[in-house]
Design a protein around this ligand. Structure first.
Ligand SMILES: Cc1cc2nc3c(=O)[nH]c(=O)nc-3n(C[C@H](O)[C@H](O)[C@H](O)COP(=O)(O)OP(=O)(O)OC[C@H]3O[C@@H](n4cnc5c(N)ncnc54)[C@H](O)[C@@H]3O)c2cc1C
Length: 481
C-alpha cells in the first residue's frame, strides 16, 4: 500500500523538478543528508527536497512555487548555526533552500569602503577577497571557513571583533531580499547616511529566515589593520579580567579588537583536540585572557601593547603573559581558543549556552550560576569562557564522563534550568549572539512580554501571512485569522 504522505512527497518532488529543473532540486536522502543535519550532528531530520538556486530570480521562482504547493521553506547558508534554525523539522512539508550556489562577489569598492556580495559567499572567502584590495571586513568567527554572509546577517552574528566593530547589524549597508510572496525587496544601497524613514533592512537582520530570503548584502569595509599584537595573559580571576578589559579600552584608544576569556581547563580541552598544540604559558593561573590590539597607518601597535602590558603587570592585574612574536605564534594562540571548542565536542553531548548580562555583573553572575549548576548536577564540569567584554559568556556544562546518553540529556536539562534561573534574576539574555532557532524557542517564548509577542506576531502576519518562511523557528506563530 502506498501511504498518502509518500504519494504527496513524490508528487511534490515531480512538480519541483518539472518547474524548477533537475539541476536545482535534490531529493535523494543521501544527497539531502548534509543539509538536514545540524553542525554538531545532534539532530538529523528530513526534507521534501533541497533547492539550490543560482540567482535571485530563481530564488523568487522557487518561493512562489513552494507557496503554491503548500510547502514551507527553511533557508540555509553554511549550516553552522548552533540553535537548529537551518535544519527542517522532521515529518513536515519543508524544503531546504540553500544559498550555496549564490556565492559571487558583485563588487568591491575600496574608494567607497563598501562591497556587494551574494548571500551564499563563504565569510572567509569574502574577507580574503576584500583583503586583496587592502581593505578589511571585520566580522570574524570560528566558523568563518564554512558560514555564509547571508547566514551571518540572518543570525546577526557576533564573533571576536564585536567589541570594536559591533555585531553584523553594524557592518551592513543594505540587503536584497526575496519576500514570501516571491517579490524582491531591493535595498542594496551603499549609502553611508540615509535617513529616509523606517530602515526596512533591520527587519531581516537577525530574523533567522522567518521573514524572507536574503539573496545579497552590501557591507561596510574598514582599512586593513596591518599591525596586530596578540597576547595570552594569566590572571587571578574573572573579576581581574574585567578590570583588565576596562583598562585596555581606556589605555589603548579603543584599538583593542579582541578580548577572549578562558579558564585553565581550556588548555586541557585544546590538547585533547590538538595534542601537538604548544601552550606557551604556565597552565595553573585561575583565569586567562587572549587579547588583541590592531591598527593601521601611523599608529605603533607593538609599542602600545608593550607599554600597556608593562603597566598592568606592574599593578598586579596581570600575573604572567606571552606576546606572539610572529603570525604563526599568534595563530597558535588562537588555536587554543578554537581547540577548546573541539575538545568539548570530543567529551560528548553537553550543554552549550550563549548568555549575556551587564559587564559590571558578569563575574558575580558566573560565580552564582556555576554554584547553582554544581548543586543541581553534582559531578558535572562548568566551562565558562568567551567574548566577555560584551558581557557575553558561554557557560557550558559537561556531564560526568560516565553518564549514559539518557542521563546526559537529563543533566543538560537540569543545568540549563539552574543557569536560566540565575540569568533571569540578573535580567540577562538567553541568547547573546547565536539566535533562537528551534532549540531556544521554548525558553524565548516563556520570557516574551505580551507587547513584544504582539509586535512580533503582527510583523510576521504582515510579511508572511501564508507562514511559508521557516516555521517553528524563533516562535510558533499563529496562522493569520
Ligand atoms: C565553530 C563555531 C564557532 C562559532 N562562533 C560564533 C561566534 O563567535 N559568534 C556567533 O554569532 N556565532 C558563532 N557561531 C554560530 C554560526 O556560525 C553563526 O550563527 C553564523 O552566522 C551562521 O551562518 P550560516 O551561514 O552557517 O547560517 P545557517 O546555519 O545556515 O543559518 C542560520 C539561520 O539563518 C537562516 N538563514 C541562513 N541563510 C539565510 C538567508 N540567505 N536568508 C534568510 N535566512 C537565512 C537559517 O534559516 C537559520 O535560521 C559559531 C559556530 C560554529 C560551528
Amino acid at each position: 500500500m502506498i501511504h498518502e504522505t509518500t504519494a504527496s512527497m513524490a508528487e511534490w518532488r515531480v512538480k519541483l523538478r518539472s518547474r524548477l529543473g533537475d539541476d536545482i532540486v535534490l531529493s535523494e536522502s543521501a544527497d539531502m543528508l548534509p543539509y538536514c543535519r545540524d553542525w554538531h550532528g545532534d539532530v538529523t531530520s528530513n526534507a521534501v527536497a533541497v533547492l539550490r538556486p543560482r540567482s535571485t530570480e530563481q530564488v523568487a521562482q522557487a518561493v512562489k512555487l513552494c507557496s503554491e504547493l503548500g510547502l514551507s521553506i527553511v533557508p540555509q547558508g553554511g549550516n553552522t548555526g548552533l540553535v537548529l534554525g537551518a535544519v527542517p523539522d522532521a515529518d513536515a512539508n519543508q524544503v531546504v533552500l540553500s544559498l550555496e550556489r549564490m556565492n559571487r562577489i558583485r563588487q568591491i569598492d575600496a574608494d567607497d569602503f563598501s562591497a556587494v556580495v551574494e548571500a551564499g559567499c563563504i565569510l572567509s572567502e569574502l574577507k580574503d577577497a576584500i583583503a586583496e584590495k587592502g581593505m578589511f571586513f571585520p566580522l570574524a568567527l570560528g566558523a568563518q571557513g564554512t558560514c555564509r554572509i547571508g547566514g551571518n546577517v540572518s543570525t546577526n552574528a557576533g564573533g571576536i571583533n564585536v567589541l570594536r566593530y559591533g555585531m553584523t547589524r553594524e557592518l551592513i549597508f543594505g540587503l536584497e531580499v526575496v519576500l514570501p510572496d516571491g517579490s524582491i525587496f531591493d535595498g542594496l544601497s551603499t549609502l553611508r547616511k540615509d535617513n529616509r524613514g523606517i530602515d526596512l533592512k533591520q527587519l531581516f537582520i537577525g530574523a533567522e529566515g522567518t521573514l524572507g530570503i536574503i539573496t545579497a548584502v552590501s557591507v561596510k569595509l574598514t582599512p586593513y589593520p596591518d599591525q596586530v599584537a596578540t597576547a595570552l595573559l594569566g590572571l587571578a580571576s574573572l573579576d581581574d579580567a574585567i578590570k583588565l578589559f576596562r583598562r585596555a579600552r581606556r589605555d589603548c584608544c579603543d584599538l583593542m579588537s579582541a578580548f577572549e576569556f578562558m579558564p585553565p581547563l581550556a588548555f586541557t580541552l585544546a590538547k585533547e583536540a590538538m595534542p601537538d598544540l604548544p601552550i606557551p604559558i604556565a597552565a595553573d593561573y585561575p583565569a586567562y585572557v587572549l587579547m588583541e590590539i590592531s591598527g593601521s597607518g601611523l599608529v605603533d601597535i607593538d609599542d602600545l601593547m608593550g607599554r600597556f602590558l608593562e603597566a598592568v603587570m606592574e599593578e598586579g592585574i596581570v600575573l604572567d603573559g606571552t606576546l606572539a612574536a610572529s603570525q604563526t605564534q599568534a595563530r597558535n594562540l588562537w588555536l587554543i581558543r578554537e581547540g577548546m571548542n573541539e575538545g568539548q565536542a570530543k567529551r560528548g553531548m553537553h550543554l552549550r549556552t550563549d548568555v549575556s548580562v551587564k559587564l559590571s555583573q558578569l563575574a558575580d553572575f558566573v560565580a552564582e550560576a556555576e554554584r547553582a549548576v554544581a548543586e543541581a548536577v553534582p559531578g558535572s564540569t562548568c566551562v565558562s569562557y568567551g567574548h566577555v567584554g560584551d558581557g557575553n559568556v558561554h557557560l557550558n556544562v559537561l556531564p560526568a564522563a560516565e553518564a549514559e546518553p539518557e542521563q546526559r540529556l537529563e543533566q543538560i536539562y537540569v543545568a540549563k534550568g539552574a543557569i536560566n534561573a540565575v540569568l533571569d534574576r540578573y535580567q540577562g539574555s538567553i541568547s547573546a549572539e547565536h539566535g533562537i532557532g528551534r532549540l531556544k524557542r521554548g525558553d524565548f517564548e516563556a520570557r516574551l512580554s505580551p507587547v513584544r509577542r504582539h509586535l512580533l506576531t503582527a510583523l510576521k502576519q504582515a510579511i508572511d501571512p501564508g507562514m511559508v518562511m521557516n516555521p517553528g523557528c524563533q516562535l510558533n506563530f499563529p496562522a493569520n485569522s
